[in-house]
Ligand binder design. Structure first.
Ligand SMILES: Cc1cc2nc3c(=O)[nH]c(=O)nc-3n(C[C@H](O)[C@H](O)[C@H](O)COP(=O)(O)O)c2cc1C
Length: 477
């Protein structure tokens, strides 16, 4: 294994070279940024101009997004791409969304024409994760050095061995420790009989978002047996340079009988004390393999624990705030949040509408989102106040606690698009431009109208993030 612990027992040595920081330069003094109407913040109006994008199409902001490698095709006609921000968007059926550039924006964001052709003709993919180190580097080199029009050469050029996926023909790297096999969704119906997926993708702006139903998951045996663990830091690191907020603890916090508590930690280990074990059907090539039943009806198990994701999938969380009809301020932590369109920059947030169990129940936020057609997506960071707030707000509905944000220990100020949580380094003001019914969740596409950033976010006091999960030896604590 590549991720050997060093003598000081630090598990994250190998991953250090993948550190990503934001901002890339000073925002103060950059002509794209101006003083916000909210004091103590700077703001970037959106969308950006085409010429500016052509020069530098890196996001004018940051959202914690994991990177995976995706293969498609078969032994003779295959393709490899990296995907930023792959995300689970629906629970039943179990769907991963992957987005690809369809319009040329810059050298970084160019059209993935040949990859998409193969994906659409074969109809399936294998989404794969490597440990930090040489395997990531080999895959990344192949993608960087070989153009999309010679895409069939990429996998061979990595020098890595592949085997066929279990449920489709996509090549699976023998060195991947986690693999999600998935196929393009077919038209169907949700539990209420509403039609879903007249087509397996959504086009908006510069990107196409594909919806792929997961058919099998492969997890390396040493991880399945908990000899090693996947270690995932789901929130960026950042230090506020001025008080986080003024708040004094609320005395009104209700004691609510919450039937199901969804846990949350920004420092996540899988498998771990608070995770489920990986239930598998067979073992092959050193991988434990679980097949997911084909029909959504078969996958529904009312039990809350069974409805949990069957295995680790790297995600973060967006803090989605809205105004209710009555002016109440709501906050819904949303793990299925990702930036899926580059231009205009769009967030996808996936909100449960299904009545399956306590875990998957319609969210009160849904009503405000559908009515107001706007929201704010705040970027949390690794901090006890923030993590406690996520746990509280993610387990109580505004229907149970009208003062949910304050009782979560957070302060907000008013903005047209929603309450802005003052402790968060970055907030995106979003207008909903599309709503896609997926089965249990609505995917809401929020086009960013402007980015608001605290003025203590600077190049020297940047957000720090690793886009790859690590694999570490088990900690014995
Ligand atoms: C870490 C975390 C992530 C969550 N992700 C989602 C999500 O992606 N989609 C969703 O519908 N609910 C998600 N939830 C649950 C909602 O945040 C929760 O049901 C909340 O109480 C809804 O509030 P509301 O009824 O006031 O809208 C998540 C909860 C937590 C703790």
């Amino acid at each position: 294994m590549e991720t050997l612990q060093d003598k000081s027992n630090k598990p994250y040595n190998m991953i250090e070279k993948y550190l990503y920081t934001w901002p890339h330069g000073e925002l103060n003094g950059d002509s794209a940024w101006r003083k916000s109407e909210h004091s103590g913040y700077v703001e970037h109006p959106m969308p950006e101009k085409d010429e500016k994008l052509a020069n530098d199409s890196r996001w004018p902001g940051f959202f914690p997004s994991a990177i995976c490698f995706v293969t498609t095709g078969d032994e003779n006609n295959n393709a490899l791409e990296k995907v930023v921000g792959a995300t689970i968007v629906n629970r039943f059926p179990y769907i991963v969304a992957l987005s690809f550039c369809t319009k040329p924006l810059s050298e970084r964001h160019y059209v993935r024409e040949n990859f998409m052709k193969r994906l659409e003709s074969g109809g399936s993919v294998a989404v794969q994760y490597f440990e930090p180190g040489k395997f990531i580097d080999k895959a990344m080199d192949a993608i960087t050095n070989i153009d999309d029009n010679e895409i069939e050469k990429r996998i061979a050029s990595t020098g890595l061995k592949t085997v066929k996926a279990q449920t489709n023909d996509s090549p699976v790297f023998e060195d991947a420790y986690l693999v999600y096999e998935a196929k393009l969704v077919k038209p169907g119906k949700d539990f209420e009989g509403n039609p879903i997926f007249d087509k397996p993708y959504t086009d908006y702006g510069s990107h196409r978002i594909y919806y792929l139903e997961i058919e099998a998951i492969q997890l390396r045996e040493d991880i399945r047996k908990c000899e090693t663990q996947i270690a995932w830091k789901s929130l960026p690191k950042w230090e506020a340079q001025k008080p986080l907020q003024q708040l004094t603890p609320s005395a009104t916090k209700p004691v609510v009988d919450v039937k199901y508590q969804k846990g949350y930690t920004s420092d996540y280990f899988f498998p771990g004390k608070n995770t489920i074990g990986f239930e598998y059907d067979k073992i092959e090539n050193g991988m434990a393999i679980k097949f997911l039943p084909p029909l959504p009806e078969d996958q529904v198990e009312v039990d809350n624990d069974k409805a949990r994701w069957p295995c680790f999938f790297p995600s973060s969380v967006g803090l989605v705030t809205t105004w209710g009809e009555d002016g109440s301020a709501n906050l819904m932590p949303c793990g299925s949040t990702s930036v899926l369109i580059r231009h205009p920059l769009c967030f996808a947030i996936c909100v449960s509408y299904a009545k399956i169990n306590v875990r998957y129940a319609p969210r009160a936020s849904l009503k405000s989102l559908l009515e107001q057609k706007q929201f704010i997506c705040g970027v949390p960071f690794a901090n006890d106040t923030i993590v406690d707030a996520i746990k509280y707000a993610g387990n109580i509905s505004i229907t149970q606690d009208l003062d949910k944000i304050n009782n979560a220990g957070l302060e907000y100020f008013e903005d047209e698009y929603g309450p802005v949580l003052s402790a968060l380094p970055i907030s995106y003001r979003c207008k909903i431009v599309d709503v896609v019914r997926l089965g249990t969740h609505f995917l809401m596409l929020g086009e960013v109208q402007s980015v608001i950033v605290r003025d203590d976010v600077t190049k020297d006091n940047c957000l720090k993030w690793y886009s790859y999960p690590d694999v570490v030896k088990v900690k014995n604590d």
